[in-house]
Write a protein that binds this ligand. Structure first.
Ligand SMILES: Cc1ncc(COP(=O)(O)O)c(C=O)c1O
Length: 392
């Protein structure tokens, strides 16, 4: 092949950026300054935040700040290496034991981020001869993880366990090295829940390995707020501390031998610098606080139910949302963007979610609630949704 030395090596970048500008899909980073748990400053304007994942308001909690500082003072700013080299500082063991006890599982393993956990756990478990059955609406990190496994991936219709059962029936005894089912517990873009009991039954019946991403349920649902997966016999639970946990990082909750396997086979743990001490300090404090936050969880649920019912009464469709994540279906991408900008002009930050994150024609604005939101603030949102409806 002739090497075309005159070819612009940045051509593909220019083309993609132009394509995104032309289609109105160019993503941009905006400078944001947090003011408190639910207000932020964007370009000098104070906005009420209805798109953060800080569901319990822990990101600004004094105890998380304090413990993070204590850990920095004791251990320094960085962990200096991967956990398998010399980064496995003594706090890991106590944090992981605390987490395993709260999650009611034999073992827990802390990882750097939910994205890193998902993209490395799945290929660590599923070899190229395996089969993965993946929910249609799984988060991008799970999709990337499935791709990296380089095995056959079959997608089942969202939350449709009869479709999943059909695929399991069809593919069992076909010589796969293993069968894996991958789902979220609370779906990040739709705010609905998976039927975990049904999934466990199917995984047992077909001897399939069940992986559940509990990212949006950790802190919010389940016994002591420790996730929807609590009490279910799930082979690998993955969760994050960057959402209701208020800081950063991720975890696996699993059997002791699965933990040992991951320490040996999960590239995201082996080949990455351990999280800095400050983050583990914040996680440690969050794990002390979350179990006692039933009142905040109740306010969060009440806030979500009140907002959803009020929007539904006006005729807005919120899909199958039953959690603190409420998608309001708009349909056309341009309309979702226009609505989100108008809300922002009126002091409320609610992001538009559009393709490729959701399918074509399924653009929406997505609200996520915090236990810190007041009824007055929610009423302001309801009023604006009413006004927009009246004028469009
Ligand atoms: C369902 C789900 N899993 C995983 C992640 C990634 O987690 P993290 O932000 O800790 O990387 C996200 C984040 O948006 C998510 O929504």
């Amino acid at each position: 092949m002739v090497n075309d030395t005159h070819k612009d090596k940045y051509g593909f970048i220019d083309a993609e950026l132009e394509r995104r500008i032309d289609s109105g899909r160019l993503r941009r980073l905006r400078k944001v300054t947090p003011l408190n748990g639910i207000e932020i400053d964007i370009s000098g304007r104070h906005l009420l935040n209805f798109c953060s994942n800080d569901y319990l308001g822990l990101a600004t909690h004094p105890q998380l700040r304090k413990r993070a500082i204590e850990f920095i003072e004791k251990y320094g700013a960085g962990s200096t290496a991967s956990r398998l080299i010399c980064g496995n500082y003594d706090f890991y063991e106590s944090v992981e034991n605390k987490l395993a006890q709260l999650k009611q599982v034999p073992a827990a393993l802390v990882l750097s981020s939910g994205f890193q956990a998902n993209i490395s756990a799945i290929p660590a478990l599923a070899d190229p001869q395996a089969l993965i059955l993946s929910d249609q609406l799984n988060h991008n990190s799970l999709i990337q993880g499935c791709r990296l496994a380089r095995c056959k991936v079959a997608v089942y219709r969202h939350n449709d366990l009869s479709h999943l059962a059909q695929l399991l029936e069809q593919h069992s005894d076909k010589g796969f090295s293993g069968i894996f089912i991958v789902t979220e517990s609370v779906f990040s873009m739709d705010g609905d829940m998976a039927d975990l009991a049904g999934l466990v039954t199917l995984s047992k019946k077909f001897n399939a390995f069940l992986i559940v991403d509990d990212a949006h349920a950790t802190g919010v649902f389940g016994h002591q707020g420790m996730g929807l997966t609590c009490g279910h016999d799930i082979d690998l639970v993955i969760g994050t501390f960057g959402k209701a946990g208020g800081s950063f990082g991720a975890y696996f909750a699993c059997a002791e031998k699965t933990k040992q396997y991951m320490i040996n086979c999960c590239a995201g743990l082996i080949y990455s610098t351990a999280l800095p001490p400050a983050v583990l300090g914040a996680i440690d404090a969050a794990l002390d606080l979350i179990p006692a936050m039933d009142d905040q969880r109740q306010s969060l649920r009440n806030n979500a139910a009140y907002l959803r019912q009020s929007l539904n009464k006006m005729g807005w469709r919120t899909g199958n949302s039953s959690t603190q994540i409420i998608p309001v279906m708009i349909g056309k991408e341009a309309a979702a963007l226009e609505f989100s900008s108008w809300l922002e002009e009126n002091g409320i930050l609610i992001s538009a979610i559009r393709p490729p994150t959701v399918p074509e024609g399924a653009s929406r604005v997505r609200l996520s609630l915090s236990a810190l939101h007041t009824r007055e603030q929610i009423d302001r949102v309801i009023e604006l949704f009413g006004k927009w409806r009246a004028k469009n």
